[in-house]
Design a protein around this ligand. Structure first.
Ligand code: HEC
Length: 109
């Protein structure tokens, strides 16, 4: 993707987040703090594990890749369960919004 286009797309994504999906980022952050922080540290650290492109990939196809990464870990059961499925879009919004190359930093957590 050329840089201009990718900048344009992130601008679109950011403005979409800023309006309609803002609540989901907050919801995703709450879910992160509850479900992921114990193992991956605070939200800044967690979201900073990956770039926005990588988060998009991890959550593609019903989050197949991130589920696979946790196979055989203690979080295996959580990732296979209904509550993760329900919260995955919000978690993705949060992690993507604060990805390592996003320039955004969560205010708390
Ligand atoms: C019980 C501990 C535990 C919990 C809870 C947990 N993880 Fe993990 N996670 C791991 C382990 C262990 C690995 C595999 C080793 C590694 O890469 O750190 C992993 C791997 C990952 C990876 C892949 C890292 C890479 O190198 O590509 C991501 C991304 C990730 N976890 C995100 C999350 C998110 C988001 C949550 C919450 C929804 C979560 N994890 C909850 C333990 C956990």
């Amino acid at each position: 993707m050329n840089k201009g286009l990718s900048l344009l797309l992130s601008a679109v994504a950011v403005s979409a987040f800023a309006t309609s999906a803002h609540a989901d980022i907050n919801k995703g952050q709450k879910a992160y703090l509850k479900q992921c922080k114990n193992c991956h540290g605070n939200g800044t650290k967690g979201a900073g594990m990956h770039t926005q492109d990588e988060w998009a990939e991890l959550f593609e196809d019903d989050a197949a890749l991130i589920i696979e990464k946790h196979a055989g870990t203690k979080a295996d059961k959580y990732f296979g369960g209904e509550s993760f499925k329900k919260l995955a879009p919000d978690l993705k919004d949060f992690l993507f919004h604060y990805g390592s190359d996003s320039g955004n930093v969560p205010s708390c957590g």
